[in-house]
Design a protein around this ligand. Structure first.
Ligand code: NAP
Length: 484
């Protein structure tokens, strides 16, 4: 299926941290894809900024290598790649210094949309915002994009919000949670609010429970310094899993529009009940004869940081009262597998004699791999032998259903960067949302710190600690399999 591409307005996008991992691995390959698709017009420009003294040619080489490494299929079209690289410029700037800003100012063209991507450590957000203003590079129409982590607790998130608010209006601030840019996550909204079918069932009368799983096979991968101070709760739950929870649980917004959607998400976060200690399971991956344990990897033999967490969460409102939401995320698990599963209640009564197995419909929204949706339905087993029933998935893998190759499913970053240029904040987090998420998270972390809770060890390649299985087993439920 050929999708219609509407070009965005010409833009000047400045990427602070343009030499960094995120820029090379995600942002620039994403922009190249949009250029390739004709959405980024030829008169738009991307300006890299970092301390390294590279010059435009040096940065282009770095980005060319990044694209060859991280997006080889894109790099194969040399003509488009070179045409894209011509749109790139570079300025050497220290976010905390005064050199380079005048040159950046000269590069900005009147009339083009101005966007500034802060792909740097959060400690540099303030200095960048201040200097963009002082040098009159940003105007009232400009946008800034800020990366996670947005604070490490409520106090630091508030401080960051205040700093940004000194120079930019909330309507100019785009807080990225790249999960919101995933095609399936947006499809979650399309499925919920574009079909009549699900809404009547989307409540505590019909839903038994909901599972949200984000399982990774990788460990901390050189991010040990940061990760050991964060852990799975701060790194994944407070932002990504919370956003998924909001989208699955929120009331229908009146319009698919930034504040209407974000108001509804905020209500969900504010309705979250405090989580009881026995509804939290923290784990940490152990070592094997051939692979180091987490503690060895981060060089901290007494680390109590969790690389796995499972939680049983409840939402105190009419729609969801009594419905548990089980969230789990972890590193070095059996497979890379992320999904949201809405598990409906058992049939009240079976009319089929001899059919004593429970049948339940499950709507599973797969985020990775094979983005798609499947709905488990009960049908008759084929063949003679009476009415024997079996459960089968109605599978819609997007790449297959839409006739695309998997590589045609757009990456989250390319969608989100184009939204910034379009001025559409729907898929970005508002300041009050982030603060509310921290307000819910902080007491949970403070609780286990006060209890000196030690994470349970789990084997790499497993499904996590046994205690996490018990979280559901003791309520007569079970986690869905983590499988590739
Ligand atoms: P990185 O590889 O360490 O890159 C940091 C970038 O910041 C480099 O370009 C560096 O270039 C620049 N920089 C450092 N100090 C600077 C200064 N004083 N003034 C100007 N530029 C400076 O980090 P990253 O992985 O790209 O991550 C960037 C941000 O995105 C971080 O906030 C991170 O938490 C977030 N993030 C990253 C990922 C990811 O997959 N990598 C995912 C989610 C969020 P110079 O040394 O040349 O100045």
């Amino acid at each position: 299926m050929v999708s219609r591409v509407i070009p965005v307005d010409p833009f000047d996008l400045v990427i602070f941290g343009g030499t960094g991992d995120l820029a090379r691995r995600k942002i620039l390959p994403g922009l190249l894809r949009r250029f390739h698709a004709g959405q980024m017009t030829a008169d738009s420009r991307v300006i890299g900024a970092a301390r390294s003294d590279l010059g435009a040619e040096g940065w282009r080489s770095l980005i060319r290598e990044g694209i060859e490494e991280f997006a080889p299929a894109l790099a194969a079209d040399r003509d488009t790649l070179e045409a894209f690289l011509e749109r790139l410029d570079y300025v050497s700037i220290d976010a905390t210094g005064d050199g380079g800003w005048d040159r950046l100012c000269d590069l900005m063209r009147p009339g083009a949309v101005r966007a500034f991507y802060f792909s740097v450590a959060p400690s540099l957000f303030g200095p960048l915002a201040e200097r963009l203003h002082a040098h009159r590079i940003a105007d009232r129409e400009s946008r800034i994009v800020v990366e996670k982590p947005f604070g490490r607790d409520l106090a630091s998130a508030r401080a960051l919000n205040r700093t940004l608010a000194e120079h930019f209006d909330e309507s100019q601030i785009y807080r990225i949670d790249h999960y919101l840019g995933k095609e399936t996550v947006q499809n979650l909204m399309a499925v919920r609010f574009g079909n009549l079918l699900f809404e009547p069932l989307w409540n505590n009368h019909y839903v038994d429970h909901i599972q949200i799983t984000v399982a990774e096979t990788v460990g901390v991968e050189g991010r040990g310094d940061y990760y050991d101070k964060a852990g799975a709760m701060r790194d994944m739950v407070q932002n990504h899993l919370m956003q998924l929870l909001c989208l699955i649980a929120m009331e229908p917004p009146s319009r698919f529009e930034a504040d209407a959607v974000r108001d509804e998400k905020l209500k969900v976060i504010r309705a979250l009940k405090p989580v009881r200690p026995h509804h939290i399971v923290r784990g940490q991956y152990d070592g094997t004869p051939s692979a180091p344990s987490y503690r060895e990897e981060v060089g901290n033999p007494r680390s109590f940081t969790e690389t796995y967490i499972a939680l049983r969460v409840e939402i105190a409102n009419w729609r969801w009262s009594g419905v548990p939401f089980y969230l789990r995320t972890g590193k070095k698990l059996r497979a890379r597998h992320s999904e949201i599963a809405v598990v409906f209640k058992d049939l009240p009564h079976s009319i089929f004699e001899g059919d004593d197995r429970p049948h339940r419909n499950i709507l599973a929204i797969r985020l990775q791999p094979n983005e798609g949706i499947d709905l488990t339905v009960t049908i008759k087993e084929p063949g003679p032998g009476g009415m024997r029933l079996t459960d089968v998935p109605l599978d819609m893998t997007f790449a297959k259903a839409l006739g695309n190759g998997a590589e045609d499913v757009p990456d989250a970053y390319e969608r989100l960067v184009m939204d910034v240029i379009r001025g559409n904040q729907t898929l970005f987090m508002r300041g009050d949302e982030v603060e509310a998420a921290w307000a819910w998270t902080d007491p949970l972390i403070a609780g286990w710190e006060a209890r000196n809770d030690v994470p349970k060890l789990y084997d790499p390649g497993s499904s996590g600690p046994d205690d996490a299985m018990m979280l559901l087993h003791r309520e007569g439920r079970r986690w869905r399999d983590i499988r590739a």
